[in-house]
Ligand binder design. Sequence first.
Ligand SMILES: NC(=O)c1ccc[n+]([C@@H]2O[C@H](COP(=O)([O-])OP(=O)(O)OC[C@H]3O[C@@H](n4cnc5c(N)ncnc54)[C@H](O)[C@@H]3O)[C@@H](O)[C@H]2O)c1
Length: 379
Amino acid sequence: MKRLNIGLVGYGFMGRTHSNAFLQAPRFFDLPMQPVLKAVAARNEERVRKFAANWGYESYETDWRNLVPRKDIDVIDIASPNDTHHEIAIAAAKAGKMVMCEKPLGRSAKEAQEMVDAVERTGVPNTVWYNYRRVPAVTLIKQLLEEKKFGRIFHYRAGFLQDWTISRDLPQGGEGLWRLDVAVAGSGVTGDLLAHNIDTAMWLNGPIAEVSAMTETFIKQRLHTLTGKVEPVGIDDASACLARFENGSLGLFEATRYARGHKALYTLEINGEHASASWDLHDLHRIQYFDHRDEGRVRGWRNIHVTDGDQPYMKHWWVPGLQIGYEHTFTHQFMEFVHAAAKGASLAPTFRDGLATDRVTDAVLKAAQSRQWEKVQTS
Ligand SMILES: NC(=O)c1ccc[n+]([C@@H]2O[C@H](COP(=O)([O-])OP(=O)(O)OC[C@H]3O[C@@H](n4cnc5c(N)ncnc54)[C@H](O)[C@@H]3O)[C@@H](O)[C@H]2O)c1
């Protein structure tokens, strides 16, 4: 079988979810190519050596610039912070490598556009890791929408609530806290959390035409880990947005790291003329589904446990009724990427789809500044 030699950049949270996916995908799915964990790159030699040994990478590099040109690497997987995506992806595309990139694609739509130009110029297969599309329950909602079960769509609402930055004592910048440093992250919760909501929303309900928004930075100054000084905080701590979809439906989105008690509460709901569905990451194997066309006497919300063999992805896992979790979404996306890549194709969400999300999050940040409705750039 042809091999797919993987070069991973970054060994943090996402480095682990991706490495797990590379190992699990060929065990649970038939793949047209055999993934090989060829090399991992990160800057700290002792830690990268340990990571490589733990996950079974054949080799390691301490600079991604040495990884990208290696002849024994077919695909570069970018799992490092947002400020690295642009440079690594463009270098990988120029070297003729396939690219898988973590979200958000760029720190801005401008960066993302340049990344799209690079992969489209060289024609290398690409994907962005908006993994929530591959939660079986979310994929089931997509199938129901494609089967036109909802009729005309009126409303889409989604939120992503966390609470881990409430403390004033939390510094910004450096390892683990780069998300609070605007130079590295590009923005706060808008690019980090709202971007997930937006990607899923546009996948399920089509493009967003215009937005109005407000953002807030609750803690205005924090100690910067890298400079040792108290510095202004440049990220948005919370972001709320009204949106108008091209199909005429209305969108309502909220992302925050200040919702005490919520750890990763990604929720979504869609309301159509005939049916509604909702989903919640804390109960990720279920959807709530209502169909007004059911017989009146027994009409009501169905609580669907998405674990049966005829539901998306599930026949590859355990027996009906047994659930899977967060890590499997990465396995699903990687499995589908290998199928696409074997044909020389990209996998949605492609870099172009990642650009579309960056254009919406840019419009959200712009609208929060201007206090006006802002059109989302389309070309
Ligand atoms: N798809 C998702 O649900 C999801 C979830 C979390 C993070 N992310 C995205 O994944 C990316 C990484 O986030 P994370 O949570 O894994 O961060 P992390 O801080 O846990 O890990 C980042 C890793 O990148 C390494 N790194 C930093 N600069 C580097 C460089 N120049 N060269 C090589 N390695 C470098 C760090 O040492 C660390 O190992 C971010 O873009 C983030 O937005 C996506």
